[in-house]
Write a protein that binds this ligand. Sequence first.
Ligand SMILES: *Cc1c(COP(=O)(O)O)cnc(C)c1O
Length: 386
Amino acid sequence: MEIRKDFLPLNRPSIGETEIASVTACLRSQWITTGPLCKNFEERFQELTGARYAVSLSSATAAMHLVIAALGIGPGDEVITPSLTFASTVNMIALHGARPVFADIHYDTLNIDAADIEARITPRTKAIIPVHFAGAPAEMDRILEIADRHRLTVIEDAAHAIGTRYRGIHAGGFGRIAIFSFHPLKNITTGEGGLITHNDEPLEKMLRLLRFHGIERDAWKRYGRGGNPEYDIEAPGWKYNLTDIQAALGIAQLTRLDEFNRRRAELVVLYREGLKGVAGLELPADPSYPHDHSHHLFVVKILAMERERFMERLSDLNVGYGLHFPACHLLKYVKERYGVVNLPETERAAKRILSLPLFPDMTDGDVAYVCAAVREILGDPKGGQD
Ligand SMILES: *Cc1c(COP(=O)(O)O)cnc(C)c1O
């Protein structure tokens, strides 16, 4: 095949005139840190998810940090999470002195296996962190039922789930805690950013304190006319607030969310047609329950050859890729601290998965090119140079 001249990346954020106008207006307003635009962005997330509260933050990792801190999770506690997730979750659990307990996944959907969650609950378990993997919702009814029976907190990792619905309910809308990410790779971006949704009034107070030094009021209320610059601190907090510049970008991106996710869905249809019947390749399976998929990632499994060789060949053909994720239970420090875990489905999937390019500004031709590249590589498993 003829090799394309320009590199096709795994992902590229879609930033247009809407975003530029929104950010420019913020810059011209002269209020650039946390203020009315962050509040507006939070309100839009309450609307999208149906959650009573939304707290904007500097990243989803910061969100996970604050949630774990606010829940008082620490030494002696266990938190159940899939191993196939971003390492930031496991880092936050470890940094609080708690123990990550890994539950296995369903090989076909890569989502957490509810039965295995239940099997790993002990008297020390405090919380469950399901991930809506690649934008397909985890099996929330079963997870919530298990959590309620054992009196555990559920923290949805909704980093992939902006636009994801499980039986009509948007991620973050289950009356529990959810964290979202606006890293440039996610379905909408603020450059960097994150958000917590939840329904719990005392938690809301705590999260807002922990977000900003332990100080009660937002800066724009302290520095506005007639504001009171005094403050007291009851407990120390971190510095994890989002800025209005970032919120301006996020608000503009949210107005385009449906357009983005519709385009992602179209591209996935093209991928499925273009890769149908390729031997040695498995396409992602959708969950059997009713859902709206945000199509955050398109994760295939390579069976016919070493993944490393496959990635080299994709690079030769000027195509990008991603790995979501290296299994967390196999990371060096995790193995050393917490020992070996038996996760057969995770390990079977982890060595085969690869994320192909998927982003709203991809053209139909880009997908056709990736499909042709994949077919060429797998049609020639020894990787000969034609
Ligand atoms: C991206 C991601 C995070 C972390 O998001 P940041 O905003 O970069 O901190 C957490 N969990 C999952 C599953 C992610 O994909």
